[in-house]
Write a protein that binds this ligand. Structure first.
Ligand SMILES: *Cc1c(COP(=O)(O)O)cnc(C)c1O
Length: 375
């Protein structure tokens, strides 16, 4: 839906500011120029809705997108007919024909995968377009040094490949002082020098903040486009994109000694006003945001003031202590879980996780509403 109205049947609202998204992409593109700035839109654009995010980024000037799975690639192709699409998970179990049909370039990470792709894509009668992932120390996906040497020893295979990108991924880019960053960059340079020359890419959101030597030909931010601030080296030049609000279903008054929620983990130490809000762990609010008496948990903004979650987070509901909130809070009001003054990172920390996980877990019961996003 477009606009800000909450449908009467909705529990809550995720508002996605597509203008801010586009500004973030332009800001990063300017920062890394003349390197290219791609957009990472895997996992339904980090849970925000690829069907809106991809066209908005495309309109802002983004021409290269990374998705994870073949199915995400097929969907992205409908949304961006002329864009370059790379599938980070590669072929999965036999999806080569699907990838070829959708004109999605797989990121290949092993020799058997390269062989499988060449067998499929060479049916077109020309070298198979591919990205190669080489491991530089993360030990997740990627060709090892032995794999690279084995590939180089197969001129038939190399000749059948049209290598569009050689990429690797950093383990510790959120910490600019971490020696892994330079070590991985050196390893990336050494290993890709064994291969035929091709455009290179190493940095995601945090890596691109490490400076020019990490930009290569293309950078691959995802989280930063959505306003995420995971970089530990200071604030980055992106702005928030996401607001999350949920409905107050009931306000109740407790006496000192009353307990709240499952297992009665929180007891009121004074007469207490409690707001019951329609968002729970089924909506992606981690149960770790719960607060027993005397323990910290998550917080939400009620009428612009921070108020603590008390008691257990349940499947559909949270309970908020609003005793100290100035002003009237009534049934139907919206409280803010992510928004000005309450970042995705804050919510993630309170839940014992990271903002990435918060975003990608926000559930389907929240209505997603989009503003802006034009050319
Ligand atoms: C998810 C991912 C990205 C984007 O990472 P962000 O931290 O969200 O910018 C880039 N490259 C690879 C290989 C990824 O898996």
């Amino acid at each position: 839906m477009t606009g800000l109205a909450l449908p009467p049947e909705a529990t809550g609202l995720i508002t996605i500011d597509l203008d801010a998204l586009q500004d973030n992409w332009r800001t990063l593109a300017k920062l890394v120029a003349p390197s290219e700035c791609a957009g990472v839109v895997k996992a339904d654009a980090y849970g925000l809705g690829a069907s809106e995010i991809i066209p908005a980024l495309n309109l802002a000037g983004c021409r290269t997108f990374f998705i994870a799975t073949p199915e995400e690639g097929r969907a992205a192709r409908q949304l961006a007919p002329d864009a370059r699409l790379f599938a980070l998970d590669g072929l999965l179990g036999g999806s080569a024909s699907l990838l070829r049909a959708a004109n999605v370039t797989p990121v290949l990470s092993s020799l058997p995968e390269i062989e499988e792709w060449v067998a499929e894509a060479s049916q077109a009668g020309r070298p198979a377009p591919a990205a190669l992932q080489i491991d530089s120390g993360l030990n997740r996906l990627g060709l090892s040094e032995a794999d690279i040497k084995a590939l180089v020893a197969r001129p038939d295979l190399l000749a059948a490949l049209d290598i569009r990108l050689i990429m690797s991924h950093l383990a510790c880019a959120d910490d600019p002082a971490d020696p892994h960053n330079d070590a991985q960059r050196a390893e990336f340079d050494r290993r890709r020098a064994l291969l035929p020359p091709a455009p290179a890419s190493l940095a995601a959101s945090d890596g691109l903040m490490l400076g020019k030597p990490f930009h290569y030909d293309l950078v691959r931010p995802g989280y930063a486009l959505y306003g995420g601030q995971a970089f530990g080296g200071g604030a980055t030049p992106v702005n928030p994109v996401v607001t999350l609000q949920a409905r107050v279903l009931q306000v109740r008054t407790l006496s000192a000694g009353d307990s709240v929620g499952y297992s009665a983990t929180w007891q009121a130490s004074r007469p207490t006003r409690l707001a019951v809000v329609a968002a729970g762990y089924a909506d992606g609010l981690a149960r770790a945001l719960s607060a027993a008496s005397g323990e910290p948990g998550g917080s939400v903004l009620v009428a612009g003031q921070l108020a603590p979650i008390v008691g257990r987070v349940s499947m559909d509901l949270i309970t908020i202590d609003i005793t100290d909130v100035a002003g009237n809070v009534t049934r139907g009001d919206l409280v803010t879980l992510i928004g000005p003054g309450l970042s995705i990172e804050t919510l993630g920390r309170a839940a014992g996780t990271i903002g990435y996980e918060v975003l990608t877990r926000l559930g389907p019961r929240f209505v997603r509403s989009y503003t802006g996003g034009g050319a």
